[in-house]
Design a protein around this ligand. Structure first.
Ligand code: PEP
Ligand code: MN
Length: 275
């Protein structure tokens, strides 16, 4: 599989594979990277307050969706550009990088002005025009695994970005669709180990979308770190029952703080610093 390709060339050259985002690094030799924040940006005050609290507990990057890929066209679709501007302001104010999802190749340039990392969501993992466009920019891309994508398809999606010249790709396992209905998706932690053996790209895990349930987030976050993940992406909302999207899987800031304490013990046990 994956005959001649960018991942192989980059990894066999033994290049420095950690992805740098300002002072933050994500990768094998970096501290555990924790990205946290609401599923969707709902208003600036909520975003600022959530960001402040998660940073205090050890998050190094803030997430927040402005363009939301909702399953139903009748659900909240995100605040769009005004939301992105809020995210940018809050990130600069608090001195941390920010990440948000890009759904359309036509939005790549404007998104790159406001965010430090562009996220490709599971539903767009094989949106090839989008991936090609992301290959032309000089910003890191977080590539989520598709809902039903094999690991090979996921790595080939990374190749689409890298072949255009942008090698700053971070992979994110966020669960895949199986017959199991107790969880929203099935977290494939073996994918972390497979990707680590097949590539040198950083891999993080999103236990929020993988499980869909608030009480399953901390156990899977710990398992992900034990399995060798380079970081975590966690949804946090100040008042999950009022969230405009994905409230059932959001941690409160206090639950996030507790999760971070547990995660840092696992990180230490596997020889990785938690910040
Ligand atoms: C998200 O991170 O908000 C999201 C929509 O995730 P996914 O693409 O993994 O479903
Ligand atoms: Mn979400």
């Amino acid at each position: 599989m994956l005959a001649d390709n960018r991942i192989k060339a980059m990894c066999s050259a033994g290049a420095e594979n950690d992805v740098s985002i300002g002072r933050m690094r994500i990768g094998k030799d970096a501290p555990l990277a924790v990205i946290a924040g609401p599923c969707a940006i709902e208003n600036e005050q909520m975003l600022r307050e959530t960001a402040r609290l998660v940073i205090k507990s050890g998050a190094q990057m803030i997430r927040g969706g402005a363009f939301k890929p909702r399953s139903s066209p009748y659900s909240f679709q995100g605040l769009g550009l005004p939301g992105l501007k809020m995210l940018h302001r809050v990130g600069r104010e608090l001195g941390v990088p920010v990440i948000s999802e890009v759904m359309d190749s036509g939005d790549v340039e404007v998104m790159a002005e406001y965010v430090d990392v562009l996220q490709v969501g599971a539903r767009n993992m094989q949106n090839f025009p989008l991936l090609r466009k992301l290959g032309t920019i000089d910003k890191p891309v977080l590539l989520k695994r598709g809902l039903a994508a094999t690991i090979e398809e996921w790595l080939l999606a990374a190749e689409y970005i890298m072949v255009g010249g942008n090698e700053k790709v971070i992979l994110c396992e966020r669960g895949i669709r199986t017959h199991e209905r107790w969880t929203r998706n099935t977290l494939d932690l073996s994918a972390v180990a497979v990707v680590k053996s097949r590539s040198c790209l950083p891999v993080i895990v999103d236990p929020s979308h993988a499980t869909g349930h608030n009480h399953l987030v901390a156990p899977m976050a710990k398992a992900a770190v034990a399995a060798g993940a380079d970081g975590l992406m966690i949804e946090v909302h100040p008042c999950p029952e009022k969230a405009m999207s994905d409230g059932q899987q959001a941690l409160t800031p206090e639950q996030f703080r507790e999760m971070m304490l547990e995660v840092s013990r696992i990180a230490a046990a596997v020889g990785r610093h938690a910040v």
